[in-house]
Structures are given as structure tokens and as C-alpha cells.
Design a protein around this ligand. Structure first.
Ligand code: ATP
Ligand code: MG
Length: 470
């Protein structure tokens, strides 16, 4: 019944707008791509498959980004060979994925992702066979398995955006353009292939991808592709948490995290990913917004400088503004401050993991960074020196500066630690003696007391470091 209803509503939209069955062929005098620009390994994979009698092209970001003068993150190959046929051609190949089977061909640290041409398999009343071992959808049309192979033309049609459906023919240095992708690159537009609503229903993660590419490439989301996003954003709640975690890393570690964050909020996609953080942002937009944006801006800066970044710092920052309300709630129930803080941290991370499966190797450092915030105010005796030796000191200190930059009142703790790191042994002893007379023990662990506007004191030494190295 429900299935029929959904189908009848979606019926007129079901067929995606026709993608050209013959591509526009963009010859090498009409574009700037030359085969030497591509990863040797990607070219080798394509040539090997072609020699074996299959069709093979470089596709996706590996064509799109070089057209824009951006070095691509990786290279994807599309081929008529099935995963098993691809594997048979390469010693260093592994078939991965279930929902979407593909082959990873390994060359040292570089992985070339080889995907077999797929056919769209639209829902239709006479197509009960769509729910078989190769393809299946749920009642809302979400694709659960996508392993129906097809022709190159079919493959172009099932790709997400026009700019991602450009196929580079390595031998002829030609681009095959099935969906006016070159035009959209010229006009800097992210446009879904086919009917936007249906394509988002098939795979809601495409909404995140639209935002990611818009931020990364500084493109606009074309208005018909943008229109349904806010309404369909809650569909992200149905996506497996592990896939969402992977997408979040791509969203925030692309070097354009701050812009991505703006777009996620604009399209109401942030709340389904970070429900508690979104609530904190709504309750106190000035403080929470400042802290989150600063953390993301620092991350972008580190990536620009080629410095390592860790998702733990990022998650610690995005979740931090959600902590105080929970700590207070537990304290209201009679729990003392420190256990309340511990319990709130535990609950918050657990909840976030249900949404986006954050692996243990990141949740542990998140807790450590937060624990550091309780420990950094306690500096008496040998404590300060012990803290300095703690492997998590640097991240904890950076996090403290981040909190201060968002306006949290810490009684000048960040400056104190900046000075302490630079001080001689003698000066350090003096600083600790001064503390004893100032009765500084016991700062606020969670961001409860704060002033607006942040500290204007000039800092010596390093500034907030964003997602610092693990
Ligand atoms: P980047 O690698 O820079 O993130 P990309 O465009 O190469 O960008 P990938 O995730 O590597 O993105 O995917 C490769 C190609 O596979 C895409 O360009 C697109 O054509 C297709 N694709 C990936 N995910 C989807 C999806 N969810 N729906 C439809 N097509 C997709
Ligand atoms: Mg790619």
C-alpha cells in the first residue's frame, strides 16, 4: 500500500530527464587535459583494460578537478569489465563493497578505484525484479544495492552530478560529455542528473555531496538541485552511521570546512549529522558558532600548510558547546560537577556515535582533549610539568585557546600556559609560586562562565592550532 502510494506520487518524476545517448565529444583542441597530467597508474589501468578488450575511461573528480586546474584527490576509472574481470587483469586488485561493488587496484600508496558501468534501475510496478541480488531499493526509493551493470550510456545517467559524468578517453585525449557537464563546469554549477528529488530519494548522501562539491569548487548549487534539499534533509537519518562518518571526514577535511559548515547550515543538513551541536548552535549562536567556525577555519589553515589534522579535535570542538546544558542537567539531579562532566561527555559521544559511527581511535582522544580542559587549570606543585609531558597536552592547550577565542572566560589560563611553555626553569618555579598566592586552583571545566568578545591580550607563542596532529 505504502509502496504503491509512494510510487504513484513519484510516478511522473520517475524517469530522469533524458541524458544524451550520444555524448558530446570534446576533442583535445577544445580542452586542456593531456594524458601526462593524469596519474601514471590510472592511465596504466585504463590501457591495460582497453588492451584486454574492455572499454575504460577516467571519470569523476579525476577529470572534473584538472579541468578546473585543481589537483584531483584520487582517480576513478569506469569500465565495461565486471569486478571479477578487472581483478583477473591485475595482481594488486581487491574487490570491495557490497552495496556498491568495485575494485581497488593498489600501486604502493595510490589506489585506483575501478567501477563497472552501472545501469539505472528505476522503480516501476512491472519491475519487481529490481529487488534482487544485484539491486534493491527500500519503499522510499532509496537504493540499497546498486550492482546492475550496464553500458557506458547507462553509467553516465546514474552518476550524481553533470560535472561528475565526464569520461576521459586516454588514447584519444577526448572527453565524452553525456550531461552537459563541461557547460556546467564553465558556469560553475552543481546540477544533479535527472530529477533532483528522485535522485536524492535514491541516495540522500547526494545532498551532502552537492554541498561538498559546492564548497570545494566554489560552485553554486543549481536552483532545481538546491530546492528539495531542506525538505529532504531528514532522510539522512536513515543512512548507516558508518557511511555518514566517512562523509563527514570528506566534508570537513577537504580544506574548505568553514564554507562547508555554512552551506550545511544553510541547507539544514548540519542537524541530522550533529543533532546536539545543532541544538547548541541554535541556543547560543554567537558562542557556539564562533567556536565551531574557528575550529574549522584552523583546520582549513592546517591543511593549506600541509600540517596533519585529526578528526578527534574537530569532533571535540563541534560537540563541546553541547556539553554545558547536559552537565547542568545532571548537576540539577544532584551529581557533583566533575562526575557530571564525565557522564555528560560519555552520553554525548555515545549519542553522536549512533548518528555517525566515530571509531574508538577518535572517541578516546576526544575524551582526553576534554579531560585536559579540567586539568589545565590545576597547575600546583609538579602538576604543570607533568601536564606538559602528557602526549595530549598540545591538543588540550590548542583546545583551550580555541575556547578562549570563542569568548570563554578562563581567567587568562591560555596566556599563562603560553608563557609557561616559553619560560626557563627558574621562571617556571616563580610562576607556580605566584599561583599559590593567587588561589587559582579549580577553573571551570565546562564552558559555563564566559565573557563575550574573547581576550584581546597579545599572545606570545603559538595560536590555536585547529585539528592538531594526533
Ligand atoms: P572526490 O574524489 O574529489 O571526492 P569524485 O567526484 O571523484 O570526487 P568519488 O566519491 O570519488 O567522487 O566518486 C567518483 C564518481 O562516482 C563521482 O564523480 C560520481 O560520478 C560517482 N558517484 C560517487 N558517489 C555517487 C553517488 N552517491 N551517486 C551517484 N554517483 C556517485
Ligand atoms: Mg574520486
Amino acid at each position: 500500500m505504502l509502496k504503491k502510494l509512494i510510487q504513484s506520487i513519484r510516478s511522473p518524476l520517475r524517469r530522469p530527464r533524458a541524458v544524451r545517448t550520444t555524448p558530446e565529444v570534446v576533442g583535445n583542441h577544445q580542452h586542456s587535459l593531456r594524458r601526462e597530467q593524469f596519474s601514471r597508474n590510472a592511465v596504466n589501468v585504463v590501457e591495460r583494460l582497453t588492451k584486454a578488450g574492455y572499454q575504460a575511461y577516467i571519470v569523476g573528480g579525476g577529470v572534473r578537478d584538472p579541468l578546473l586546474g585543481i589537483p584531483p584527490k584520487d582517480f576513478d576509472v569506469a569500465t565495461s569489465a565486471t569486478p571479477e574481470q578487472v581483478r583477473a587483469e591485475f595482481r594488486n586488485a581487491r574487490v570491495i563493497g557490497r552495496r556498491f561493488k568495485l575494485v581497488h587496484v593498489h600501486f604502493g600508496r595510490e589506489i585506483i578505484e575501478v567501477a563497472t558501468f552501472r545501469a539505472n534501475h528505476p522503480v516501476s510496478e512491472d519491475d519487481e525484479g529490481a529487488n534482487n541480488a544485484h539491486a534493491s531499493r527500500n519503499e522510499a526509493g532509496r537504493i540499497l544495492r546498486d550492482n546492475v551493470y550496464g553500458t557506458l550510456e547507462d553509467d553516465a545517467q546514474r552518476r550524481d552530478f553533470t560535472i561528475n559524468a565526464l569520461y576521459f578517453d586516454v588514447t584519444g585525449e577526448r572527453i565524452l560529455d553525456y550531461a552537459h557537464g563541461v557547460r556546467d563546469i564553465r558556469n560553475r554549477l552543481i546540477r544533479l542528473i535527472g530529477d533532483p528529488e528522485q535522485r536524492y530519494l535514491e541516495d540522500p548522501v547526494r545532498m551532502l555531496r552537492a554541498v561538498r562539491f559546492a564548497a570545494k569548487l566554489d560552485f553554486e548549487i543549481e536552483k532545481h538541485s538546491a530546492a528539495p534539499i531542506r525538505r529532504l534533509a531528514p532522510l539522512l537519518n536513515e543512512i548507516p552511521s558508518a557511511r555518514l562518518f566517512d562523509e563527514i571526514l570528506k566534508l570537513f577535511l577537504s580544506g574548505k570546512a568553514e564554507r562547508t559548515f555554512e552551506l550545511l547550515n544553510e541547507y539544514e543538513l548540519f542537524a541530522p549529522l550533529f543533532p546536539a551541536s545543532a541544538k547548541a548552535l541554535k541556543d547560543d549562536p554567537e558562542y557556539a558558532g564562533k567556536l565551531m567556525r574557528q575550529a574549522l577555519a584552523n583546520t582549513d589553515e592546517r591543511i593549506r600548510l600541509g600540517k596533519p589534522v585529526t578528526p578527534a579535535f574537530l569532533f571535540a570542538a563541534l560537540l563541546w558547546p553541547a556539553l554545558p546544558a547536559r552537565v547542568l542537567k545532571l548537576q540539577d539531579r544532584g551529581m557533583p560537577p566533575i562526575p557530571a562532566m564525565q557522564e555528560a561527555a560519555h552520553e554525548l559521544i555515545l549519542e553522536q556515535c549512533r548518528r555517525t559511527a566515530v571509531p574508538k581511535r577518535f572517541t578516546i582522544p576526544i575524551r582526553e582533549i576534554w579531560d585536559m580542559q579540567e586539568r589545565l587549570p590545576r597547575r600546583q606543585g609538579k602538576k604543570a610539568d607533568l601536564l606538559l609531558e602528557n602526549p595530549r597536552f598540545r591538543a588540550g592547550y590548542d583546545f583551550l585557546l580555541l575556547r578562549e577565542s570563542a569568548g570563554e572566560e578562563t581567567g587568562g589560563l591560555g596566556d599563562w600556559w603560553t608563557d609557561y611553555q616559553e619560560a626557563s626553569d627558574g621562571e617556571r618555579r616563580g610562576m607556580i609560586r605566584n599561583l599559590a598566592s593567587q588561589q587559582e586552583e579549580g577553573g571551570s571545566p565546562a564552558p559555563r562562565k564566559r565573557r563575550r568578545g574573547g581576550s584581546n591580550r597579545r599572545r606570545r607563542g603559538p595560536r590555536t592550532e585547529g585539528a592538531s596532529s594526533e
